[in-house]
Structures are given as structure tokens and as C-alpha cells.
Design a protein around this ligand. Structure first.
Ligand SMILES: Nc1ncnc2c1ncn2[C@@H]1O[C@@H]2COP(=O)(O)O[C@H]2[C@H]1O
Length: 506
């Protein structure tokens, strides 16, 4: 695929998703969307490299254009741990081995590392290597992505600054993108730069909660863009991993300019958020000194600056740190004894990425068993896998109804369905077909831009140990884009299986 067609297809995907989600903050939505796509693409690249590795030393030049990342991945071991994540001491983040492996040598391609990781790892030795365990690329082999740019890739330019922070040592490579910037806002690499070991079996932490607590957290995060797009499994993982934290009156839970690694949902109490517009002090007053600070008037803190927001029970704050590496934009202080639910970014990202990875593997496996798709290349099936989403139906529930406008195509993942038609003038419904695992339906209305020709309904199971109907769905746009090459095949099959394909005659 050429870069312009890749671009066109990305923009088309983004446009579709924006139209579907109707985000209030479009810019933020687009930013998150690209971040996710980048992560997915990097994971795919890693998977492909792992496959290539089984055949010998992989080479960047063997990567199909699909998988070409503008900046190949230096698979180098990490020899330093990340900086402390927050000045907030009461909860140590769950630094599980899976999320911060100290070395990738035992599993050469087991960790997703993308450009910028060296910011965190402080490991810039990307000289070429002959062994798989430390396989790496030389950044100088990588052409600039823009004729006007001398930088190896677009992710190189975190900022115009050149001074590395003490936390993230600069690399020794000339003109490279591994150098961190001194500015607080670019101290941490973007989320795409975070290594997440998607193959680890380490379960995310589970902190027990009452059903009421779960309901309250769920309601609090429901409209937050970070959590809104999580599926059921991801949401459950996130809710389970939230840890109850008691915050004393006056305690500073987030300090402006710090690295932000936690998100909080307020269970009880009250927090004030302040933003200091001027440059931040080189050192903040001690907790003791702060406790003696008098607030001259309620909207202004003499140290932290003007108050910009209050966070009451049900509010969620610090969530952007889960997605981006920005420094904290405000200081948040407890105004009374409070309780929050805290979630660290690594856990959040592990849950989201691991589940996404598992889901793709599961779909790829499933799609490889679908007869309709047998002529497709694995790469094409992977693309379909990335777009599918699952739905489970109760016995007797309709997935599509005759006469409706169709906007979705379905594969049956588990269970069985019946196809039912009813004709004007005829009484009742006639079962015209049975569908089982690996079958598909819903293509006719999309191919022919006609109303649904039949109703497809989950069977009433006679044995409750049988699976409920579970379908993997693809929306119109993805159907046209990804299954376009199979259009004739589907038309032919429809003719054979459903009889004469003319509206109203079957
Ligand atoms: N005999 C049939 N006539 C019409 N549609 C059928 C028949 N058997 C299965 N189907 C599927 O039922 C689906 C209903 O939605 P669509 O018309 O989009 O696509 C239809 C076909 O995929």
C-alpha cells in the first residue's frame, strides 16, 4: 500500500469513527484514535517480526509495506527503571514484571517497544547485532519521512529542546530522537512509547469492591473519554484494578509539573485543582510548610495559584495521564478527608493492550476457520480481526429484522441462529435456514443496498450447556473495504443458497 493510500484509508477510518462517536472534543478524540492505531500497528509489526524470527534473522526489508513502521523498533534490553511516577506516596504502583520487564533477552520479541522507549529506558545502544535476542536497527538506515526533515521519523520531535532531563539520560546517537526534552510537558514519552508485554500471563491486580462501589465508579467513568470506549472485559479489568486510597485533609494528591501516572475517581470528599500560570518553583514547600499556609481567599492558593476546578464525589481526574505522558497540568489538593479510587497508568494500559491483543489473536484464529475467508491472505484476515466486535444474543433475540436498513455484517462465532422470512399475504413466519459457527449473514443488504431480506434470530436452545449465539460484527464501511474482494463470491453464494436474488422474490 502506498503512503497516500494508507493515509486515505486512515482518514476514512477516522472520519467514520468520529461520525460514529460524535465526540465533544474532536481534537482529543483524534489524538487518542491515532495513538491507538499506532499501538496496534506496532503490535502487528512485532508479531510479524516474531514470525520472521522463526525463519531466521528478520530484516526490516522483509516487512511488507503494511507493517513498515516509520521508525523500526530497537529491540534492546532495558537497564533502568522508570522514574517515580508521582509525588503522591501512599500507593505504590503495581510494577508487575510484565509491564516493566528488566530485559527482553529471554523473549526476543515478547515486549512491544516503540520509538521513544529509550526515553524511559535510557538505552540508546541500537547498533546492529547478529543475535535475535538483541536484534536492533540502526536509526541511520531509516530514511527521513519528509524531504524537509533530517530526522529519522516523525515521532522523533518531542520538542525543540535539546537538554536531557536528569531522569532520562540522553542517547549517544547523533541527531536522534532518543533525547528527552527538559520541558515538563515532554518529560515522558507518549503512550505509544511505553513497553507493554502483551504476552505476559500476569493477571492485573484485583481489589475487591462492593456492588455499590462498582456501580458508583462505573457511573463516574461512563462519560470520560478515556474509559468510554472500553469493552465489557476491559472495563471490568479497570474497575477491578482500582484501589481505594484515603487522602488526608490538605494532602496534595497531584502536583503540577510531576509525571502523571495515576487516575482517580472521587468516592467521597472534596478536592481543589489549582494551576500556576507562571513557571513552576524549583522546589515546592514541604507538607509541613503547606499545612501552615493560609488561604487569603478561597479561589487562590498562595503556592499553587488560582483554583480552576473542584472535584466532588463522582468526578474523575488525572485520567489524561493514562493515555499521554504529559506532566500534571494542575495541582490537586484534598480540602477534607477524602477517599479516591486510584488506577495506575501501567495497569490501565496493560489491561487495554493485552485484551486488544488477545482479542485479535482469538479473532484471527476464528477467521482462519471461516470458509468464506479462506482465499484471503493472513494479513487481510488480521485487518478484519482488528475491526470486528462481538455481541451475544439471548435465545430468541433477533440480530437483524426483515425490512430494516442494514448497516452491519456478521459472522457466527458461537451458537446457532435461524433465518426467518415472512411474506405479505402469507400468515406467520417460515424458517428458511439455519446458521452455525463460521457462517455469515447480513451481507445482502450491504451488497445490494436493500432492506434486510430476512430476520436472523438466536435459536432457542434445548440444552443450556450449548453456547448462546455470539456474533462477530463488521460495520458497513469495514465490510466494503475489507470484504470488497469477496463481493462476487458472496453474490454467487447468495444465489445458490437463497434462490433468486431479486428484491421481494425470496
Ligand atoms: N433464504 C434467505 N433469504 C434471504 N436472506 C437470507 C436467507 N438465508 C440467509 N439469509 C441471510 O439473512 C440476512 C438478512 O439480512 P440481509 O438481507 O442483509 O442478508 C441476509 C442473508 O445474509
Amino acid at each position: 500500500m502506498t503512503s497516500s493510500s494508507t493515509f486515505d484509508s486512515l482518514i476514512a477510518d477516522l472520519t467514520r469513527d468520529v461520525q460514529r462517536a460524535q465526540p465533544k472534543d474532536t481534537l482529543q478524540f483524534c489524538t487518542s484514535w491515532f495513538q491507538r492505531r499506532l499501538e496496534e500497528q506496532r503490535t502487528r509489526t512485532r508479531d510479524l517480526l516474531a514470525q520472521l524470527a522463526q525463519r531466521g534473522l528478520p530484516s526490516i526489508h522483509e516487512l511488507p509495506a503494511e507493517f513498515y513502521s516509520d521508525c523500526p523498533v530497537p529491540f534492546a534490553s532495558r537497564n533502568s527503571t522508570p522514574t517515580p511516577v508521582s509525588s503522591f506516596p501512599p500507593i505504590a504502583p503495581q510494577r508487575r514484571g510484565s509491564t516493566f520487564p528488566t530485559s527482553t533477552s529471554s523473549r526476543p520479541f515478547g515486549t512491544l517497544i516503540v520509538p521513544g522507549n529509550a526515553l524511559l529506558a535510557g538505552d540508546a545502544n541500537v547498533a546492529s547485532s547478529s543475535s535475535l535476542s538483541d536484534f536492533s536497527f540502526d536509526v541511520r538506515e531509516i530514511p527521513p519521512t519528509s524531504p524537509h526533515s533530517t530526522e529519522p521519523n516523525p515521532f522523533a520531535r518531542f520538542d525543540a529542546g535539546t537538554t536531557p532531563t536528569s531522569s532520562y539520560p540522553a542517547s549517544g546517537i547523533e541527531n536522534n530522537y532518543l533525547q528527552a526534552h527538559a520541558s515538563a510537558m515532554s518529560r515522558r514519552a507518549s503512550v505509544s512509547a511505553e513497553p507493554i508485554d502483551v504476552e505476559s500471563d500476569d493477571p492485573p491486580p484485583v481489589y475487591p469492591k462492593t456492588p455499590e462501589q462498582l456501580r458508583s465508579i462505573k457511573a463516574s467513568i461512563a462519560n470520560n473519554f478515556v474509559f468510554r470506549d472500553l469493552d465489557q472485559e476491559q472495563e471490568t479489568g479497570v474497575l477491578n484494578a482500582m484501589k481505594e486510597v484515603h487522602v488526608k485533609k490538605g494532602e496534595v494528591i497531584i502536583r503540577q509539573g510531576d509525571d502523571g501516572d495515576y487516575c482517580y475517581v472521587v468516592e467521597s470528599g472534596l478536592f481543589h485543582c489549582y494551576i500556576l500560570r507562571d513557571s513552576l518553583p524549583t522546589s515546592w514547600p514541604s507538607a509541613d510548610a503547606l499545612s501552615r499556609t493560609k488561604l487569603a481567599h478561597p479561589g487562590f492558593h498562595p503556592v499553587f495559584g488560582p483554583k480552576v476546578m473542584e472535584c466532588k464525589p463522582g468526578s474523575c481526574f488525572g485520567e489524561l495521564a493514562l493515555m499521554y505522558g504529559h506532566a500534571r497540568a494542575a495541582t490537586v489538593q484534598a480540602m477534607e478527608p477524602s477517599v479516591v479510587w486510584a488506577l495506575d497508568r501501567i495497569t490501565f494500559r496493560t489491561i487495554v493492550l493485552k485484551i486488544a491483543h488477545r482479542r485479535r489473536t482469538m479473532y484471527e484464529h476464528f477467521l482462519s476457520t471461516v470458509p468464506l475467508l479462506s482465499s484471503l491472505e493472513p494479513v487481510e484476515r488480521s485487518k478484519i480481526a482488528d475491526t470486528l466486535y462481538s455481541r451475544v444474543y439471548q435465545d430468541g433475540e433477533s440480530v437483524v429484522s426483515q425490512g430494516e436498513t442494514g448497516d452491519t455484517f456478521f459472522f457466527i462465532e458461537e451458537g446457532e441462529a435461524v433465518v426467518i422470512k415472512s411474506s405479505e399475504g402469507e400468515r406467520g413466519e417460515i424458517i428458511v435456514g439455519n446458521l452455525k459457527k463460521g457462517d455469515y449473514f447480513g451481507e445482502l443488504s450491504l451488497l445490494r443496498l436493500e432492506p434486510r431480506a430476512a430476520t436472523v434470530r438466536a435459536v432457542n436452545r434445548t440444552d443450556s450447556s450449548q453456547s448462546k449465539l455470539k456474533v462477530a460484527a463488521l460495520d458497513t464501511y469495514a465490510f466494503t473495504r475489507l470484504l470488497g474482494p469477496l463481493r462476487d463470491l458472496m453474490e454467487r453464494r447468495a444465489k445458490e443458497n437463497y434462490g433468486l436474488i431479486t428484491r421481494g422474490t425470496y
